[in-house]
Ligand binder design. Structure first.
Ligand SMILES: CC(C)(COP(=O)(O)OP(=O)(O)OC[C@H]1O[C@@H](n2cnc3c(N)ncnc32)[C@H](O)[C@@H]1OP(=O)(O)O)[C@@H](O)C(=O)NCCC(=O)NCCS
Length: 84
C-alpha cells in the first residue's frame, strides 16, 4: 500500500485460485481499510482493469467507481475509491 496526500492505494490483491470465494479477498480489503485509517488516510483507492470484471466485488465492499476511466498500455481500468 502506498501513501500520499492522506490517500492510500492498494497496488494489487490476489487470492490463490483454489481459495477464491471463501471470504479472503473481503478480509484483505477490510485489513487495508483498517491500515489506511490507522495511518490517517482519508481515502483508499484501487485501480482494476476491466478484464478482471470486479465492479461487483469492489462496489459490494463499499467502493465507488470514478466516472473517468483510466488506460494503461492500451488496457482500460476502473478507478475505485472509498472515503474513510
Ligand atoms: C478478486 C479477488 C481478490 C477476490 O477474492 P475472493 O477471496 O475470491 O473474494 P471473497 O470471497 O472475499 O468475496 C467477497 C465478495 O465479492 C464477491 N466476489 C468475489 N469475486 C468476485 C468477482 N470476481 N466478481 C464479482 N464479485 C466477486 C463475492 O461473491 C463476495 O460477495 P458476498 O460477500 O456477497 O458473497 C480474487 O478473486 C482474485 O485474486 N482474483 C484474481 C486476481 C485479481 O483479479 N486481482 C484484483 C486486481 S485489482
Amino acid at each position: 500500500m502506498l501513501k500520499e496526500n492522506r490517500q492510500c492505494a492498494i497496488e494489487t490483491i490476489s487470492v490463490d485460485l483454489n481459495n477464491q470465494h471463501k471470504g479472503f479477498g473481503k478480509e484483505l480489503i477490510e485489513f487495508a481499510k483498517g491500515y489506511a485509517i490507522k495511518n490517517q488516510c482519508k481515502k483508499l483507492i484501487v485501480n482494476s482493469f476491466h478484464k478482471y470484471n470486479l465492479l461487483r466485488f469492489y462496489e459490494g465492499l463499499g467502493f465507488s467507481k470514478k466516472n473517468k476511466e483510466g488506460i494503461y498500455k492500451g488496457h482500460k481500468y476502473y478507478e475505485f475509491y472509498v472515503n474513510l
